[in-house]
Structure formats: structure tokens, C-alpha cells
Design a protein around this ligand. Structure first.
Ligand SMILES: Nc1ncnc2c1ncn2[C@@H]1O[C@H](COP(=O)(O)OP(=O)(O)O)[C@@H](O)[C@H]1O
Ligand SMILES: [Mg+2]
Length: 219
């Protein structure tokens, strides 16, 4: 098993009130699985993805990824694991404005000392999602949908074992959404485990393990 969530909970507190954004979630994913979690805004999708990606710590329960309990790792080991093995596509804006598109996509490659410069791989990814012509542009000249695709290409650059995508087709037109979903499908066919959360009913058909999230619970 590549990813195993056991009784995962995340509690938020406001003053003397508290509530669970993620409640008792259990989920197992193997290499090559393509899972989609659908749910309305506020159902806990982003919180769940951030727990799996090691960006948030759970209130209780466990995330075991590739044999490691994420909470048992030091910050440094967790960062290394994320850089090497997890491609994360966050919900909001995450592109650095002072780097070109090409350098944004290559950044995770450079963050961990590696040989070469990943230029060809980055260009191939940009081509696959239809924005190769923007390789040398700066983010300020890109549309929301183009920026989203840069973040998607960036998540693939280090050949991750697990891809976590938070509403990846937001701001995309139907054609671009199609390119992006094909990229995910192909990754899954090549053995990458893909977990995507969305409120977009049109893309649910791409996954073959479909879950619903409601009030922090997974069904
Ligand atoms: N950092 C936070 N502090 C307090 N409440 C939060 C925080 N992040 C999210 N929430 C709340 O948790 C619930 C789930 O949010 P979220 O995971 O963003 O859902 P979704 O991605 O499905 O829209 C919402 O009610 C949201 O307001
Ligand atoms: Mg969200």
C-alpha cells in the first residue's frame, strides 16, 4: 500500500467552540490508483489533502505514506520526502512571480540537489498541457487557467509517486481540463497514485475510485 489513512481527524477551534473539518477518515491507495473525492465547498477536501501532503498535522489518526508515518518524520525528512515523492497542486495561487514559467516548473527539481537542469522534461510537460509557448513568460502576463496549468506541470517535475490535486480544473476551459485530466490518467496508468479533490461533477468520470466528502466524512 502506498498511502494509508487511519482514523484521520482534524479539529479546528474558535475560542471555546470547535469542530472537525476532517472526521475519522480511512482510505488506502495503491500505486496506479486514480481516486477522486467530490464534495461541496466547506466539506473538508482541502484540509484532508493538506493532511496527506504533510502540510497540516492531524488532531488524531495517522497518515502512512510509502512506509513512513508522516508525523514521525523530522521537518527535514518530511520536506525531502515531499520533494521527492509527492506532487502537490494547491487550490490557490502558488506560482512565484519573479520566475519564468519554465523556472517555476523546474523549481522543485532544483530545491533538492540533482544533476542536470530538467529543462527538457519541463518543456515536455508544458507542451502536454498546451502552454509550451509560455515557457519564457512571467506569471503576471498569464491568465488564471494558464497559471493553474503551470502549477500542474510543476507537480509532475520530480516524477512523484503520489499526486495530490486540489480542484485542479478550477479556472480551466473544457479543452484545457481535458489535457490536464489526460495527464493525470496517463500518470495513473504509469503507476503513479493520483488523488484529486473537486466540486466539478464533469471530471468525476475520469477517476475509477470515487468518494464523496460530506461534513468532514468520506463515503
Ligand atoms: N485554518 C482553519 N481554521 C479554522 N477553520 C478552518 C481552517 N481551514 C478550513 N477551515 C474550515 O474547515 C472546513 C473545511 O474547509 P476546507 O477543508 O477548506 O473545505 P473544502 O476544501 O471542501 O472547501 C470549513 O468549514 C472551513 O471554514
Ligand atoms: Mg478546498
Amino acid at each position: 500500500m502506498l498511502l494509508e489513512l487511519t482514523n484521520l481527524c482534524k479539529k479546528y477551534s474558535y475560542g471555546d467552540k470547535s469542530f472537525y473539518a476532517v472526521r475519522d477518515v480511512r482510505l488506502s491507495l495503491n500505486s496506479g490508483d486514480f481516486a477522486i473525492i467530490a464534495g461541496r465547498s466547506g466539506s473538508g477536501k482541502t484540509t484532508l489533502l493538506n493532511l496527506i501532503g504533510g502540510l497540516l498535522s492531524p488532531s488524531s489518526g495517522k497518515v502512512v505514506f510509502d512506509g513512513s508515518d508522516l508525523m514521525s518524520l523530522s521537518d527535514r525528512d518530511l520536506s525531502a520526502l515531499r520533494n521527492e515523492k509527492i506532487g502537490f497542486i494547491p487550490q490557490g495561487y502558488s506560482i512565484l512571480s519573479n520566475l519564468t514559467v519554465l523556472d517555476n516548473v523546474r523549481l522543485p527539481y532544483f530545491l533538492h540537489r540533482r544533476r542536470g537542469d530538467a529543462r527538457d522534461r519541463a518543456l515536455a510537460l508544458l507542451k502536454e498541457i498546451g502552454i509550451e509557448h509560455l515557457a519564457n513568460a512571467y506569471p503576471k502576463s498569464l491568465s488564471g487557467g494558464e497559471l493553474r496549468r503551470v502549477a500542474i506541470a510543476r507537480a509532475f517535475i520530480n516524477n512523484p509517486k503520489l499526486l495530490l490535486a486540489d480542484e485542479p480544473t478550477n479556472d480551466l476551459d473544457t479543452e484545457s481540463a481535458g489535457y490536464v485530466m489526460k495527464l493525470f490518467s496517463r500518470a495513473a496508468a504509469e503507476g503513479v497514485s493520483v488523488l484529486l479533490v473537486t466540486h466539478d461533477p464533469d471530471i468525476i468520470a475520469y477517476g475509477y475510485r470515487i468518494y464523496q466528502m460530506r461534513d468532514g466524512r468520506l463515503y
